[in-house]
Design a protein around this ligand. Sequence first.
Ligand code: SF4
Ligand code: SF4
Length: 187
Amino acid sequence: MNNTSISPEDRNKKFLNKLKERDIDVQACYQCGRCSAGCPIGEFFDLNVMEVVRLATYGMEEPLLNCHTIWLCAACETCATRCPNDIEIAGLMDVLREIALRKGVTPAEPRVPLFHKAFLGSISHWGRAYEIGMIAGYKINSRDLLGDMKLGLNMFLKGKLKLTPHSIKGKSDIKQIFSGKGKEYDR
Ligand code: SF4
Ligand code: SF4
């Protein structure tokens, strides 16, 4: 962990209320460490999982919104499954990412939200992922034009990447989901 100090004076009640609205009870954490011990990618985090929960307990939004961990978390749910107090830790990571984006905090791992944006753009437009379009959008926005070329070529040769998008039934339902309803984290 970096040298961020934890202080009850820094409590951010609004942030804690957001967690409460989502039934994420960080106050139930007794720092047993089972979440951190089970995380498959914890070695790449700057704040480990139990540190994230601890900072959330104190409502310390700023170090959480600026850390790498919230963007590297793969939402695999291992931590939540292992938690003896059923704390929805993957959900906590989601909330932190949402708040960071809504507040305009520069993501510590900028390529992650760019990938999310490309994926969601594809779903919104086609109703399902159109991989080649999605990858093109991601590569242009991230300026990572040559990364993973070999992998992409192998996938294409194995027929995993289609040149043209598929259409689906119920596209209008998908568009409704993207229409702006459920902005419960407007701040
Ligand atoms: S497993 Fe649950 S109770 Fe244990 S440290 Fe992690 S969040 Fe806290
Ligand atoms: S959900 Fe995220 S923090 Fe939890 S175990 Fe998976 S990768 Fe680690």
